[in-house]
Design a protein around this ligand. Structure first.
Ligand SMILES: Nc1ncnc2c1ncn2[C@@H]1O[C@H](COP(=O)(O)OP(=O)(O)O)[C@@H](O)[C@H]1O
Ligand SMILES: [Mg+2]
Length: 126
């Protein structure tokens, strides 16, 4: 399976992505794993809207879902400059209000790859 959704850069659009993903993944995953993946994706899509597209309504965020035999691959692409360094971004203080999204993504996913203004995440089924 290979599907895509495009949203505008407004925080209320995150809910759309949540529903869209849930529709595809609910039949495939245990509840706990589904919740983990949805949590990460909320953070990554929010980042794309805020840090990537600076809330410019007409800038788009594309989300691609690929379900393969052993893994789920998600890619989020915005129209920004991209995350410079995952290590640097992760070094933010998580006791502050900011800087938790990418840490969570690293913890929960199996692999993360940055490429210009897109981020690709691999998730196992369990
Ligand atoms: N899509 C993105 N485009 C550009 N920079 C990003 C993007 N996503 C994350 N970042 C950078 O990585 C940092 C860490 O992201 P995150 O861990 O989610 O913390 P927060 O969003 O609370 O700042 C952000 O503050 C931002 O500088
Ligand atoms: Mg964030």
């Amino acid at each position: 399976m290979n599907v895509k959704i495009v949203i505008k850069s407004q925080l209320c659009e995150v809910e759309k992505v949540y529903q869209w993903l849930e529709g595809y993944l609910l039949p495939l995953l245990k509840n706990k794993r589904l919740e983990e993946i949805l949590l990460v994706m909320q953070e990554i899509v929010t980042n794309a809207i805020i840090h990537g597209n600076y809330n410019h309504f007409n800038k788009k965020v594309c989300i691609y879902l690929e379900v393969a035999k052993n893994q789920i691959i998600l890619m989020v692409e915005d129209e920004g400059e991209g995350i410079k360094s995952l290590v640097e971004a992760q070094n933010m203080d998580y006791m502050e209000e900011n800087g938790r999204g990418l840490k969570l993504a690293v913890l929960i996913s199996d692999r993360i790859e940055l490429n210009h203004n897109s981020i690709r995440l691999w998730f196992s089924f369990t």
